[in-house]
Design a protein around this ligand. Structure first.
Ligand SMILES: Nc1ncnc2c1ncn2[C@@H]1O[C@H](COP(=O)(O)OP(=O)(O)OP(=O)(O)O)[C@@H](O)[C@H]1O
Ligand SMILES: [Mg+2]
Length: 359
């Protein structure tokens, strides 16, 4: 079931004073989707989220919730639920009263409030703690209260700004599960901000990777990871080997191209149409084949293992190529730790997973 509305952002501009932070950003988020804004500190994630919420005013462009243009509306008229990094609970109110706040503001009757708050607290697993004060709760419990408070009003749009970042690793995983379950159950259109790639990949239907106030790429987790549009996205999401290469001739987007790399040649798929000349090759550590050098062929790159890290389920190798550049190669499965530092090896790039990106 999906409730709520889709969100359409058109040519949005936001700045603090003369300094533009969001500069002509357009984005469509489907109704019921879990959409994540992912990007490094300072790229404008919070600014964009606060603008969707109405706490920050746009200097240009439009935000629509379904057919409704909310660009000029104050937050309380937008029908949003919001969860902040620092919980932002009322410290002098009980858990019950914190969650009841939005319902009272909407002048719902006492019986309805008691029922809805009770249901919301049950859903986040805090039914027994309704009379506690926030100071007597753990971080994970506080964030669950904040979640219940945001959802109890059944908003059109749920906005969350790094809701897990103040929690320790174990709680982060637990509350992450809760968020995923509640979102799936309520089907509410959700915009989630994080700079944690694991969180983004695990939770999202789609991810928007931000770079300096713009969207570097929007796609499903698998698209972002498997088909990054640029070196920036490849490097930010997951580990990526990025090597300077030369394209002998122009190539169409999606086509397999032969590239010159480290004095040899290899095949890789072009992310977009690219002109002849310098480009960048992207290969994930787990996608590179590694064999003893007696198995070298015309299609493999010779290298030498500089060091290895045994990590239990896999071994991570640092392999130096003939031109001095080094690659990270991860092996899983049986005998993943078979290679030793100093071994001469043959690397095989798989054209199905290796990509050519703009330089
Ligand atoms: N109130 C403000 N006044 C002036 N500049 C601001 C204000 N808030 C944010 N900025 C600037 O706008 C830019 C984007 O900030 P924003 O908080 O949106 O980044 P972010 O992606 O959420 O970062 P983080 O991951 O650290 O939370 C930054 O350069 C920041 O310094
Ligand atoms: Mg932020």
């Amino acid at each position: 079931m999906s409730t709520g509305t889709g969100i359409r952002i058109e040519q949005l501009r936001v700045g603090y004073g003369a300094q533009p932070v969001i500069d002509g950003l357009s984005l469509e988020i489907e109704r019921g989707a879990f959409f994540t804004l992912l990007g490094p500190s300072g790229c404008g994630k919070t600014t964009l989220l606060r603008c969707i919420a109405g706490f920050v005013t746009a200097s240009g462009g439009h935000i629509r919730f379904g057919e409704r243009d909310v660009t000029a509306l104050p937050p309380h008229q937008r029908d949003i639920g919001m969860v902040f990094q620092d919980y932002a609970l009322f410290p002098d109110k009980t858990v019950f009263d914190n969650v009841a706040y939005g319902l009272r503001a909407r002048r719902q009757d006492a019986a309805t409030i008691t029922r809805k708050v009770g249901e919301a607290l049950e859903r986040v697993g805090l039914g027994a703690l309704a009379s506690r004060q926030p100071a007597a709760l753990s971080g994970g419990q506080r964030q669950r209260v904040a979640l219940a408070r945001a959802l109890v009003i059944q908003p059109q749009v749920l906005l969350m700004d790094e809701p897990l970042s103040n929690l320790d690793a174990k709680l982060r995983l637990q509350v992450r599960e809760t968020i995923a379950e509640l979102q799936a159950e309520a089907g509410i259109t959700t915009v989630f901000v994080t700079h944690d790639q694991d969180e983004a990949l695990a939770l999202s239907h789609r991810i928007g990777v931000m770079h300096q106030g713009r969207l570097a790429q929007v796609g499903t987790p698998a698209q972002i990871y498997r088909e990054p549009a640029s070196g920036y996205v490849a490097d930010f999401v997951g580990a990526a080997n990025l090597l300077p290469v030369d394209l002998p001739m122009a190539v169409a987007g999606g086509a397999i191209a032969r590239v010159a790399v480290a004095g040899r040649s290899a095949l890789a798929r072009a992310a977009t149409a690219l002109p002849a000349g310098p480009a960048m090759l992207m290969a994930r550590p787990e996608d590179i084949g590694l064999a003893p050098d007696r198995e070298a062929t015309a299609d493999t790159l010779p290298g030498r293992i500089q060091r290895r890290q045994y990590l239990g389920d896999k071994t991570s190798y640092r392999v130096q190529l003939e031109n001095g550049l080094a690659l990270q190669v991860d092996r899983h499965g049986a005998n993943h730790d078979a290679h030793q530092a100093g071994d001469a090896v043959a690397l095989r790039l798989d054209p199905a997973t290796t990509r050519v990106l703009p330089a």
